[in-house]
Structure formats: structure tokens, C-alpha cells
Design a protein around this ligand. Structure first.
Ligand code: GAL
Length: 429
């Protein structure tokens, strides 16, 4: 298990921060629990419901603390992270914010923007309820810096059984090559969208899936190690496939976020969508936010092509920013987010499985039962989602996004590969 996690993250926080000299709690601690401002990007249909479920429990447990939901719209935090960066820079932090375990969290630690939480972990007996390997992903120089609330899987293919049937496709594609054949069949034989895509970040998300599917787990994980070489023929092949796959996406893609793209599948307007399992929470959730759709009838799932046996993971975690105005309120929120009860309320709606190891398994049904079993399956391989914070620094993340944006216009594979190679070289690792 230990080895799996190490390989998946490709970088450990402690390794990267040998010289940071940061850490240490904020001396001016604030005991104000009258309020807590919690920052995330969970405003949209689906993910907001998971947050609301945990907030309701928080309010019950903390009746005198006012909960302020500072969520900013935009899937995968595209808008929220920019706003957060400027708030942190101007020393106007929220009381707690969502930061992904792994390299993204490391950037906050490196910038001395968040406090270590060791005494919080001790007081709440938390060290033993999380997998040790996950704790490694949120630790630096022996100190723990966040509270993971879940594990999401990024490499999922959602598909419409009706559209596949119409196109004469027997089942989900097992490889990238089969995927391309299927996309072609959908295009030639139906009027449906072969692969639905949304805002630009959903193309970044697709890219990590095509890289994993084409390169395999070990070579994908190697891309995120310091000094990684992105210039070889295997990457060229993956990027060429990425270009081919993009030919089968909807032209109006950029005007919608992930929800619109995912909805096309369950509405029978598109054959396939590649998206993290937050899509599941959105599909099955009830009104007013969820779509109330039925697994196996309205949609089905499979690992993204070429990735069966690998869990491309990410973990949402909450932090204690330095100088949080309502520090005691923040600690109460972290307690909720770390609790078995909080996680078991949040995750079934969010479409994720709990980060804690002692969840009530019976609550995870349908796709989530599959996810739970896969995550705990002996021999499952792990890969870190680069787009969702696990193994790319913020700099590399931004540089890749810029390269993807240009590529969506130019479709020039050689230039794209050169830009990705440069992004790896300048990642700051
Ligand atoms: C991820 C985040 C998920 C979900 C998704 C889509 O970055 O970890 O919890 O919110 O973005 O917005």
C-alpha cells in the first residue's frame, strides 16, 4: 500500500519542501467561534448537495456558530482558486478552504499560508482513522496540514446505453484505440454527440485520462517526477490520440461547465463523457439540484478507456489558513469534516467515498459500492490526478492549462508537446 501511494503521487510533500522553513502555528490565535466562513467551489448542481448535508450536521452540532458559505462557482475551482489566491495574498483568508491533497496543498504550505494541524489531530484522535499513505500526502516535515473529507476517482467513463445501442456498440471501450473507433461509429450512425465536453478545464481532465489510458500507470506516474521527460514517442502518440478524440466532441463545449456536458449523456444526447465521479452525485441526486436519473437505465459507467485496474485519485481536504479570523469556528468545521458522521453525510451525495477508513459501507450503493470496493481492492494501482491537485504544482497546472487552450485552437501536436515538456521543466519541483 505504501509503495502504491508513493508511486501515485510521484512526489512527497516532505521531499519537495526540504528548504521551506515554513510551518509553526499562528501565534495570534483567535478564539472566535461566532462564525465560520468556508471556501470551496461547490455551488453547482450535485456538489452543493454534499456540502449542504455536512453543513446541516455542522449547524446541529454548533448552534451558536454562523456558517457562511463562501463557495464560488466554476467546476474544479477554476474561478475560486484565483479569488482564493488573491485573498491569501492580501491576508484576508477565509476561515477554512478546500485544498486538494498532494502538490496543490504543498504550494500553500510553501507559501506559509496554512497552519499545521497536529494538535487538532491528536485532540480528535484522528491519526489512526485515515490511511497512513493519505496522511503522507498532506504532511510536510512531520506535520499534518489538512483534513481530507473524501476520495474521488477521476478516470471514469459515463455512457448512455441507449446511444451505444443506436450506434451498434456492444459495451464500453476497453482501450483508447477502441474508444476512437466507437466515437467514429457514433458520429457515422447517429445524430448524437460522440463525446460531450464542457469548459476548457474538462479538456485538461480529458487529457489526464488519455495520458493514463495510452501510457499506462507507471509511465503516467513517471511524468510527474522531477526531471520527467515529456518529449518521447509515447507522449506524442497519446497527444495525437487526444487530438483525434477532440474531433468527436461538441462544438459548443466551452459554453457549459462539467454539469452540462455530463447531463448530455444521461439525457441521451451524447454517447460518452469522461468526468470524475462527482458526476454520479449529480446524476442520481434528487430535485432541485440533482437529476434523479437511474443507473443502468439512463446511464452506465466504466473505467476510462485503457485505465481499468487503476484508481486515478484525488482528495478534497479542508485547511486552517494562517490568520483565520474565526479560528475556533474553523476548528469546529474541521472537526465536522473529519468526523465519520460528517463524511457519511457528505460523500453519498457528493459522489465520492470517505477518506476515513471506518465509514458505514452500507451507505455506498450503486456506483459508489463499486468505487468503494475498487479503492480497497488488493492490487489496485494508483495514479494521482494532475488536474485535481495531486501531482502537479500550481505553476505546472497553469502552464498545462495554457498549453491545452492553445492546442484546442491550433491542434498542433508538436507545439503542444513542446509546451508540455517546458511546463514539466519549469514546474518548480
Ligand atoms: C474537483 C474537486 C471535486 C469537484 C470537481 C468538479 O477539483 O475536487 O470535489 O468539485 O472539482 O467541480
Amino acid at each position: 500500500m505504501r509503495g502504491r501511494w508513493k508511486a501515485a503521487a510521484a512526489i512527497t510533500l516532505s521531499g519537495m519542501l526540504a528548504v521551506s522553513g515554513c510551518g509553526g502555528g499562528d501565534k495570534k490565535s483567535n478564539d472566535d467561534a461566532s462564525k465560520v466562513e468556508v471556501f470551496s467551489w461547490w455551488t453547482g448542481p450535485g456538489e452543493a448537495d454534499g456540502l449542504a448535508a455536512m453543513v446541516a450536521d455542522f449547524k446541529k452540532n454548533n448552534p451558536s456558530t454562523q456558517f457562511v458559505n463562501a463557495a464560488i462557482a466554476g467546476g474544479s475551482g477554476t474561478q475560486a482558486q484565483a479569488v482564493l489566491a488573491s485573498r491569501l495574498q492580501n491576508r484576508k483568508p477565509p476561515d477554512s478552504f478546500q485544498g486538494h491533497a498532494g502538490a496543490e496543498l504543498l504550494d500553500y504550505i510553501k507559501a506559509a499560508q496554512i497552519e499545521p494541524l497536529d494538535s487538532f489531530y491528536d485532540q480528535n484522535d484522528l491519526r489512526s482513522v485515515y490511511p497512513q499513505q493519505l496522511l503522507q500526502q498532506i504532511s510536510h516535515q512531520g506535520k499534518i496540514y489538512s483534513v481530507p473529507v473524501n476520495i474521488h476517482r477521476s478516470n471514469m467513463l459515463w455512457y448512455s446505453p441507449a446511444v451505444l445501442k443506436e450506434a451498434g456498440i456492444g459495451g464500453p471501450p476497453a482501450t483508447i484505440a477502441m474508444f476512437i473507433t466507437d466515437l467514429k461509429m457514433v458520429k457515422e450512425r447517429t445524430k448524437k454527440i460522440p463525446l460531450s465536453l464542457g469548459a476548457q478545464w474538462t479538456a485538461d481532465h480529458l487529457l489526464e485520462n488519455v495520458l493514463l489510458g495510452d501510457l499506462g500507470t507507471d509511465a503516467y506516474n513517471a511524468l510527474w517526477k522531477p526531471g520527467a521527460d515529456w518529449s518521447g514517442p509515447a507522449v506524442t502518440k497519446a497527444l495525437t490520440d487526444f487530438a483525434e478524440i477532440l474531433k468527436y466532441t461538441n462544438t459548443e463545449a466551452a459554453s457549459t461547465d462539467w454539469q452540462g456536458a455530463a447531463k448530455d449523456v444521461v439525457d441521451g444526447k451524447a454517447a460518452f463523457n469522461i468526468m470524475g465521479d462527482w458526476a454520479y452525485g449529480y446524476f442520481i441526486g434528487g430535485a432541485p439540484n440533482g437529476l434523479g436519473k437511474k443507473l443502468d437505465t439512463d446511464f452506465k459507467y466504466a473505467p476510462a478507456p485503457g485505465t481499468d485496474g487503476t484508481y486515478m485519485w484525488l482528495s478534497d481536504s479542508f485547511t486552517l489558513p494562517k490568520g483565520a479570523p474565526h479560528r475556533a469556528g474553523a476548528l469546529a468545521w474541521l472537526k465536522e469534516a473529519s468526523s465519520k458522521q460528517g463524511q457519511d453525510l457528505f460523500n453519498p451525495k457528493k459522489g465520492s467515498i470517505p477518506a476515513r477508513t471506518d465509514a458505514d459501507k452500507a451507505l455506498y450503493t450503486g456506483y459508489l459500492q463499486y468505487a468503494y470496493n475498487e479503492w480497497h481492492k488488493p492490487g489496485i494501482k494508483l495514479a494521482g490526478s494532475f488536474w485535481h491537485g495531486v501531482n502537479a504544482t500550481k505553476k505546472q497546472h497553469t502552464d498545462i492549462d495554457t498549453a491545452v487552450g492553445l492546442f484546442l485552437q491550433s491542434k498542433d501536436v508538436a507545439k503542444f508537446q513542446a509546451a508540455l515538456s517546458a511546463a514539466a521543466k519549469n514546474s518548480g519541483q
